[in-house]
Design a protein around this ligand. Structure first.
Ligand SMILES: Nc1ncnc2c1ncn2[C@@H]1O[C@H](COP(=O)(O)OP(=O)(O)OP(=O)(O)O)[C@@H](O)[C@H]1O
Ligand SMILES: [Mg+2]
Length: 241
């Protein structure tokens, strides 16, 4: 059996605020295989974002081990974490806003800022990513000339250009109406079918239904971890609330 893409062993995260401490993760162990599609669910404050930040190398755990492609990264310094983040991980976080005054194409090119990849290849990858999310016709638009769904698709295209090992999405459909949410999820499901590993956080059951597996957190602990039956035609299904 191949090594898992991600292996977390007894991950704990304690936030310190002056004298007081808060344990946001209380020993999370989790394995994610390449090609998986995981939805993390749980009540507000249960530790979902904290877990995503650790998985996405935006923050380090207080204790425990984190193996990414068999390499232990839980104890790396910030500088080394940043390198891994840039090379291995694509983010579709609402906090990572697009640059308003730039075009869709320029936003998708942002991850190449410090890259040595030749310009021609950068353009090729950016155009291919825009094609994957169906946004070629909007590539010269400024992002303030886009709909909510198109903004999110731009963020997905941008997350793809470095060919990341994993795509992380924290509430990728949070501000979108039901129809647009399902369009975005169809795109993510299609990317997963093409082999991309995806981990997302959502509060909504019908969004989580697109994932292959649902991990539920409560008070900083995994309380359930279940595979879902594959739902055929999910990517073409039209669902409205
Ligand atoms: N920087 C911080 N300092 C102190 N406590 C924090 C910090 N970040 C998060 N917490 C606490 O850790 C717990 C988990 O927070 P987290 O953001 O992971 O929750 P969440 O599951 O993502 O919630 P939501 O659904 O509301 O986004 C919360 O009780 C929160 O108050
Ligand atoms: Mg959160």
């Amino acid at each position: 059996m191949a090594e898992p893409l991600i292996k977390l062993i007894d991950i704990r995260k304690t936030y310190k605020m002056g004298e007081t401490e808060y344990q946001a993760l209380k020993g999370v162990s989790l394995t994610v295989e390449k090609g998986d599609f995981l939805a993390i669910m749980g009540p507000s404050g249960s530790g979902k974002s904290t877990l995503m930040h650790i998985l996405g190398c935006l923050d380090s755990p207080s204790s425990g081990e984190y193996f990414l492609e068999s390499k232990e990264i839980g104890k790396l310094a910030d500088k080394d974490l940043a390198k891994i983040r840039n090379e291995k991980i694509g983010f579709v976080f609402q906090a990572f806003n697009l640059l308003q005054r730039m075009t869709v194409l320029d936003n998708v090119l942002v991850p190449f800022t410090y890259s040595r990849i030749p310009r021609a290849e950068q353009m090729e990858r950016a155009n291919k990513a825009l094609e994957k999310v169906g946004l070629e016709s909007k590539k010269s638009n400024k992002t303030n000339q886009l709909s909510g769904g198109q903004i999110q698709r731009t963020a997905i295209a941008r997350s793809l250009v470095m060919n990341p090992a994993i795509i992380f999405a924290d509430e990728p459909t949070g501000n979108l109406d039901s129809k647009t949410s399902h369009e975005i999820m169809s795109i993510l499901a299609k990317l997963n079918e093409q082999g991309n590993t995806i981990i997302l956080v959502t509060h909504e059951d019908d969004i989580a239904a697109y994932a292959k597996r649902i991990v539920k957190l409560r008070d900083g602990e995994v309380v359930s971890d279940e595979k879902q039956k594959a739902r055929t035609n999910m990517t073409t299904e039209k669902k409205e609330k």
